[in-house]
Design a protein around this ligand. Structure first.
Ligand SMILES: NC(=O)c1ccc[n+]([C@@H]2O[C@H](COP(=O)([O-])OP(=O)(O)OC[C@H]3O[C@@H](n4cnc5c(N)ncnc54)[C@H](OP(=O)(O)O)[C@@H]3O)[C@@H](O)[C@H]2O)c1
Ligand SMILES: [Zn+2]
Length: 338
């Protein structure tokens, strides 16, 4: 079976297609034939960010999102059997900390997340597989685990509901599009931005209520303010956009932060926070139950995850550049069997 592996820490990263032996499952594990594996910005961070990987991590097979068919199961596996259609919850938890005992499990003090999806086959913890109804295709399912589950948890962490106004700076990528679609499902009014008019038009067509074509923080602040107070900001960008998001919140509004694509050390006006009784909340990933809920949303037709493009294992260079160059609306998905 083939994988796409990083074999050198030279930049820019290049993934090499390598042959590996067919994996065997140990007790508690399942081997999954990967039909679709989505790319997330976290994969780019791992491949490109200084200090993330060193030579001892090589060869490194990236990818946290995968959907496919169970090929084989090890001893003591009863939740899935060969032939099942599944999507992986990439969350890995310790099972013993307070969050693992009381929930939500994504707050596990010792959490990590799966890597290795850019492969024809993977070995995974069988209990982390969520079944897919026949009506949910592999491409759509592979889009869900990281981007959609994270966005869903962020919205719930900010108590988003019917009638709320949700602001998403950078609404065209994985988390951004997911946040717009899921906020709409929750009955919220949505405001999204992009630096690219065509990408913004594509998100507008998904039901975005207010499309704002700018990447300039001051212009963004002014144009969103003219719509009204924001109840929840979904911030995956950080940098200068965090203070914009905090400033625009109404009293008791929630600024929920999961990323730092535009800068790791945002700053904001403390007075805005305390005079406005505002909340800044960190959030990472989501629970397996969140993922199962999203699969149900897709199955019942409420959610149609947005896939921008698909690539074969030998086309990973094009897939990585498309994300780096911000070319896509929604998710980029690898098809390892092609
Ligand atoms: N903590 C977690 O559990 C978690 C989970 C998922 C993601 N994240 C983080 O969330 C972020 C988004 O992830 P993703 O996979 O959704 O990424 P993505 O698909 O690459 O996001 C693309 C979006 O980001 C905007 N963007 C990219 N670079 C930008 C820049 N320098 N300045 C302003 N906007 C920029 C793009 O804006 P345009 O439309 O203008 O091109 C587009 O809307 C990443 O930092 C990721 O690590 C965290
Ligand atoms: Zn734990």
């Amino acid at each position: 079976m083939r994988v796409a592996a990083l074999t050198s820490t030279e930049l820019p990263p290049e993934l090499e297609v390598q042959d590996r032996s067919t994996p065997e499952p140990n007790a508690g594990e399942a081997v999954v034939r990967v039909e679709a594996a989505a790319l997330n910005h976290r994969d780019l961070w791992k491949l490109e960010d200084d200090g993330r990987l060193d030579d001892s991590d090589l060869p490194f097979v990236p990818g946290g999102d995968l959907a496919g068919i169970v090929d084989a199961t090890g001893a003591d596996v009863s939740s899935v059997t060969a032939g099942d259609r599944v999507v992986l919850c990439p969350l890995e938890t310790c099972g013993v900390c307070r969050a693992c005992r009381d929930g939500p499990e994504n707050r596990c003090e010792n959490y990590s997340s799966f890597d290795g999806a850019f492969a024809e086959q993977v070995v995974v913890d069988a209990t982390r597989l969520v079944s897919l109804p026949d009506s949910v295709g592999f491409l759509k399912a592979a889009a869900l685990p990281i981007a959609y589950t994270t966005a869903y948890r962020m919205l719930r962490r900010g108590d988003a509901g019917a009638g709320d106004r949700v602001f998403v700076p950078g609404a065209t990528g994985g988390v951004g599009v997911a946040a717009i679609q899921l906020a709409t499902i929750l009955g919220a009014e949505t405001i999204g931005t992009s630096t690219d008019e065509d990408k913004l038009a594509a998100v507008d067509a998904l039901g975005l209520d207010h499309a704002i074509h700018t990447g300039d923080p001051d212009e963004m602040r002014e144009r969103v303010a003219s719509i009204g107070d924001v109840d929840i900001t979904i911030d995956h960008l950080g940098g200068p956009y965090t203070s914009v998001g905090v400033d625009l919140l109404g009293t008791n509004g929630a600024h929920v932060l999961c990323g730092r694509t535009a800068g790791q050390f945002p700053s904001f006006d403390a007075r805005e926070l305390y005079f406005g009784h505002k909340r800044i909340l960190g959030s990472t990933l989501g629970t397996q139950a969140d993922l199962a809920q999203l699969v149900e949303f897709v199955a019942d037709g409420r959610l149609d995850p947005v896939v921008a493009d698909e690539f074969s294992l030998s086309e990973t260079a094009a897939m990585l550049s498309a994300m780096r160059d911000r070319e896509m609306v929604g998710k980029l998905v690898l098809r390892p069997q092609q």
